[in-house]
Design a protein around this ligand. Structure first.
Ligand code: SAM
Length: 313
């Protein structure tokens, strides 16, 4: 059962409010990335989402419309990180699916269009968990543009502060089959206890051979410098105050937590992927440059337990 005090506020009722609004920011970044000549990820749905939200009117959606181009503190540099992250997780999820996993869960899916744009193997189900108003907005836009999913797409309206595991099971997730979990762009909004509870819930629902990828901020990111150019511009230009939305608890060591929960886990700096995709390392100015990706796998033969009476000796 989920812990309370996780992220945002249950009072949010519209995509343009609170943490939900960050899904629009990411969609805009993906739209812009898609139009760059050196794009690492292409998402043809992203611009439709932003266009459909009146409070995002005027946001640039093509690189050629970004004021100042590569010098723009909001829509270049750090925003390119969002394109890079999209590509790394696209590649990872497709690899896992092609290796045989047929259930994918996008935790806090927001306006993620992977269920519509990736070339999934036949028989793949993609579950999208997010708040009802976010998934409602998303569905309306997808219906308007006549979108056709490339997998069985299953929206799961649920609040991560409530009993979302039951909602997922009711929606058809089988805990007896391997699942590929994606937790992208969420952990920074969760309390320390909330993030740990989320990983426990995910573990309970995960059969052997399940995988998890989780984006985290290291504890050194603590101040989330509100004066950093990306954050300052996001506040003034599009009314998204990320440092105010982030949870300021000390960050847990999620890689270690996952190992204690019985997973094998490793983490990589996001910058390691920048070079592979021909990008500059995202700026280390207190925004995205130090984000890490934790990759975990639930072994088919359980590892010896690290907790319990034996561990106390
Ligand atoms: N994962 C998506 C992506 O990368 O495009 C969306 C990330 S967006 C930054 C954060 C998302 O977390 C939003 O869609 C928001 O609605 C969702 N979220 C935050 N707290 C939540 C909660 N308690 N329950 C459900 N969804 C939540």
């Amino acid at each position: 059962m989920a812990a309370t005090g996780r992220s945002g506020t249950s009072a949010e009722r519209a995509i343009g409010e609170g943490v939900s609004r960050t899904a629009l920011l990411i969609a805009a970044a993906r739209a812009i990335e898609s139009t760059r000549s050196d794009a690492v990820a292409v998402d043809r749905y992203a611009a439709h989402f932003v266009r459909a939200e009146p409070s995002a009117a005027g946001w640039p959606l093509r690189f050629e419309d970004v004021p100042g181009g590569d010098a723009n503190p909001l829509w270049s540099g750090d925003a390119r990180y969002l394109g890079l992250r999209t590509r790394v997780f696209d590649d990872h999820l497709l690899e896992v699916a092609r290796a045989g996993t047929r259930q994918v869960v996008l935790v806090a899916a927001g306006l993620d269009a992977r269920a519509l744009r990736l070339d999934w193997p036949a028989g793949t189900s993609v579950f999208e968990v997010d708040r009802e108003h976010v998934l409602g907005f998303k569905q309306r836009v997808l219906d308007e543009v006549g979108a056709r999913p490339t997998a069985r797409r299953v929206p799961v309206p649920a609040d991560l502060e409530d009993d979302w595991p039951s909602a997922l099971l009711e929606a058809g997730l089988s805990p007896d089959r391997p699942t590929a979990w994606l937790v992208e762009g969420l952990s920074m909004y969760l309390s320390r206890a909330g993030l740990r509870a989320l990983l426990r819930d995910v573990t309970r629902l995960s059969a052997p051979a399940s995988t998890l990828v989780l984006e985290v901020k290291p504890d050194s990111h603590a101040p989330r410098d509100p004066a950093a150019p990306f954050y300052a511009e996001a506040r003034t230009a599009i009314d998204v105050d990320l440092p105010a939305l982030f949870n300021h608890d000390p960050r847990p060591d999620s890689e270690a937590d996952l190992v204690l929960l019985g997973w094998t886990a490793t983490s990589r700096g996001s910058g390691e992927y920048a070079g592979i995709h021909g990008q500059a390392v995202p700026s280390p100015d207190g925004t995205f440059g130090d984000n890490r990706f934790v990759f975990a796998r639930k072994p088919t033969v359980p590892l010896p337990r690290l907790t319990g009476p034996d561990a106390q000796r």
